[in-house]
Design a protein around this ligand. Structure first.
Ligand SMILES: [Zn+2]
Length: 260
């Protein structure tokens, strides 16, 4: 059986504190050999690094989530982007990439917040270019702008996670060589089905986004559910599950430069 790669998860989340080891065991049993762990701010980035040191299946990504600029939070300390950038520089040799980063115009409706969010994203895109690291990118209600900004800033190694925009915008990303990781919520999302239909297999990868975006809204999601995404992609594309496994893993390996 081809191994699978979960390109985006939050397994450091407190939802997994009671049984993280069992979750990873179930992932392995389901064929999920490697799991990207993304950090959302300087504090969580440290948890990501510690978890990856203890568990070789984890691929560490350090980032700054755009929801740190949400209207509901106090505006982050102006030094936060610099602090995260310093963490990334310091650990550049030990991490797999930069993320979670991106744009979220749903949680930030205020124009000043949106501007601060876009500035932070642009800075971290620049850092990814400089260090030649892949970006693990969030976009919500900002599909077109996210793709535009990445292209405009010359980003080369990009994973768009759980992209919620239109397929036409995604296709411009495909042209730029970006990958799109598809979560298990594909089984219940008409928008994700459209996206999978429109994008070529060369542009697809798998993710869980654990603990969210599972096959049902109510249940905690986990990496073992990638098998459900594989089945759904195979059915939508009218191809075999083995081909979906092989191609998505190859795509992720190429982007993250993992040994095959
Ligand atoms: Zn995420």
């Amino acid at each position: 059986m081809t191994v699978l790669i979960d390109c985006h998860s939050h397994l450091t989340a407190p939802e997994f504190d009671a049984d993280r080891g069992a979750v990873v065991d179930r992932a392995r049993a389901a064929g999920v050999a490697q799991i990207a762990l993304v950090g959302q701010d300087d504090r969580e980035n440290l948890q990501v690094l510690a978890a990856a040191e203890a568990e070789p299946a984890f691929l560490p990504f350090l980032g700054l989530h755009p929801d740190r600029f949400a209207d509901r939070h106090p505006l982050p300390d102006p030094g936060l982007v610099e602090a995260v950038a310093a963490q990334i520089r310091q650990r550049a040799g030990a991490i797999r990439g930069i993320g979670e980063v991106g744009l979220d115009r749903w949680v930030s409706q205020d124009e000043d917040r949106r501007e601060a969010q876009a500035d932070a994203f642009a800075q971290l895109i620049g850092l990814a270019n400089e260090l030649d690291l892949p970006l693990n990118v969030h976009s919500r209600s900002a599909g077109r702008r996210t793709i535009d900004l990445l292209i405009e800033r010359g980003a080369r190694r990009v994973l768009l996670h759980a992209f919620d925009g239109k397929a036409s915008h995604a296709l411009r990303g495909v042209e730029a060589g970006f990958l799109f990781s598809i979560p298990p919520s594909l089984v219940r999302s008409p928008q994700k089905r459209k996206l999978v239909k429109a994008l070529p297999l060369e542009a697809l990868a798998l993710e869980s986004d654990s603990p969210v975006l599972g096959p049902t809204r109510e249940e905690r999601n986990e990496p073992a559910n990638l098998t459900l995404t594989v089945r759904a992609i195979a059915e939508i594309k009218g191809i075999g599950e083995a081909e979906v496994c092989g191609r998505t893993t190859e795509n992720a390996r190429r982007l993250f430069r993992l040994d095959g």
